[in-house]
Write a protein that binds this ligand. Sequence first.
Ligand code: C5P
Length: 300
Amino acid sequence: MRAPSKVNLTLAVGPRRPDGYHDLQTLFCALSLGDELTATPAPDLSVRVTGEGAGHVPTDERNLAVRAARALAEHAGVPARARLDIRKGIPVAGGMAGGSADAAAALVACDALWGTRVGRDALHDLAAGLGSDVPFALLGGLALGTGRGELLEPVPAAPVTYHWALALAPEGLSTPAVFAELDRQRDSGRVPGSVASPEPVLTALRAGDPVALGRALVNDLQPAALALRPALRGPLEAGLALGALGAVVSGSGPTVALLARDAADAEELAAGLTRDGVCAAVRTATGPVPGVAVLDGGAF
Ligand code: C5P
């Protein structure tokens, strides 16, 4: 399976709920920077992880792909027997839903491997139980997410592919820590309530206008991510100085997403960011792309 990463084009965070989560209203865009996952028959359940930041991914029962396989096995009443091989392309703890992508890929892969065929609704419910971003990794494309982010509605948009440069940080950020920092900032009156309206982005997407989209990118978590990692000002400011149409922290960070005019512009932005030395690594990506999909067609 190939599983996409995501960037939040808008991310509005509501107040903290009694269950500790926050109500969100977010526009997800699936990106081509992805992970690959293969499930093969095995006597028990195990996972191997290679590629980008693999050393930081747990390979025991905490691994989100392992939890996904176990959840599917339990739901379908079959033994959890598979070897999962994950090749990471998505930065680990980067705000791009890499763990969620692996969980979504594991659900689809094991459903095919075990012949359980639980159907789309059950896959969605299992995904929502695993994490707020997992249902979107299944769906892909462009979608408005509400609730914890798990209630999804596809978004009407002109058929335009957008080009991005992604500035990767040397170290990840903890999502709960970033949400907690936002709560602290709001409690102390340092930041207002939500400022992230999706309307300007929805208008830009309907028109297929990358300039308007760049101007409209907004993320309520950005001030909190910046408070915890002030160095993120580097890629945000350098990207805009290099001519990016827009710059925003992706999800809870620390990856910074820079919107480019076209593919050549994205490459130039990436080269400029590398020259300026404002981030640990740079990738380019396009979006929207589909959700989890079979890579080689062999599994079906
Ligand atoms: O759902 P997921 O496990 O990805 O969320 C990770 C953490 O991010 C949660 O434990 C919570 O602290 C925070 N979060 C939140 N509100 C959301 C989504 C995530 O507070 N809607």
